[in-house]
Design a protein around this ligand. Structure first.
Ligand SMILES: [Zn+2]
Ligand SMILES: [Zn+2]
Length: 272
């Protein structure tokens, strides 16, 4: 569920790993789909309930992961700083960057993480007990939705999504552009769910993420969004999109460290 670094920054090894992950996920998902129906007879109601639970859980998980990356930690942390936290925060500065990611870059990392889940769902599908069938359906549908979440998020940002995708967006089956636009308004602290987006209005109304932040701050003393758009991501993106040899601040003739707003609408970073 993270917009990863651009293709030019990706090594051939990472690209190969993404391809293998997607291939392995597709094979395990196919196996799950082939085995599952053998025990599904007369359990339609349970399977429908499992699929609905999977949708809600995946939507909630997408929101919690997105909120976690937007809100806590530092882009300078090892591994997840570069692969998860930084890309999510840069996505606020350059929302269309995700549209330039190809299939492997968009979906490879999720496929890798979900391999054990779809594999376990396939193993459970071979058991006839109702609990095993229910859990297999829950995990299988969750895996398929989760592996597609980055792609769904990308489609929400594309102006030229395929007609069938636009239909799914308009009917609210997957996250739509208008609903997701609620998240892309400063201060980027609401509408985090990016699979269906179904839970966004409810979580906003009950102040779910504000309550989570209050608890975490009370327990750990950490400040939500301390390292947010105002510094690392905005400065890095500003440098990247600067045209010509001069930086944005210079082109707009703003004095450095004058406490005024930068062209990106954020205060200058003393580390810049
Ligand atoms: Zn965000
Ligand atoms: Zn977005």
């Amino acid at each position: 569920m993270n917009p990863l670094p651009s293709q030019s920054e990706r090594s051939p090894l990472v690209i190969a790993l993404d391809a293998l992950s997607l291939l392995a996920f597709a094979m395990l998902a196919f196996r799950w789909m082939v085995v599952m129906p053998s025990h599904a007879d007369a359990r339609g109601g349970w399977l429908l309930a499992a699929a609905l639970c999977a949708s809600l859980l995946t939507d909630l998980a997408s929101g919690i992961i997105h909120w976690g990356a937007d809100t806590w930690g530092s882009e300078q942390w090892p591994i997840i700083g570069k692969t998860l936290i930084g890309p999510f925060r840069e996505h606020h500065v350059d929302p269309k960057a995700i549209c330039r990611h190809d299939l492997l870059e968009t979906n490879g990392a999720n496929a890798l993480v979900l391999l054990p889940v779809i594999g376990f769902a396939g193993w459970l599908a071979g058991h006839s007990h109702l609990a095993a069938t229910f859990t297999s359906m829950l995990l299988g549908v969750s895996s398929l939705l989760a592996v597609a979440t980055n792609q769904i998020h990308k489609w929400a940002h594309r102006d030229d999504a395929p007609a069938v995708i636009r239909l799914l967006q308009r009917t609210g089956i997957i996250l739509g552009s208008a609903a997701h636009a609620e998240h892309h308004r400063a201060p980027f602290d609401r509408y985090y769910c990016i699979t269906h987006g179904w839970l966004n209005p409810l979580l906003t109304r009950i102040r779910f993420f504000r309550a989570m932040e209050a608890v975490i701050t009370r327990v750990t003393g950490a400040v939500p969004r301390r390292e947010d758009l105002g510094n690392l991501a905005a400065v890095r993106a500003g440098r990247r999109i600067a045209v010509g040899p001069r930086a944005p601040r210079e082109r707009h003739n703003l004095r450095p460290n004058a406490g005024s707003l930068s062209p990106l609408g954020t205060r200058g970073d003393p580390r810049a």
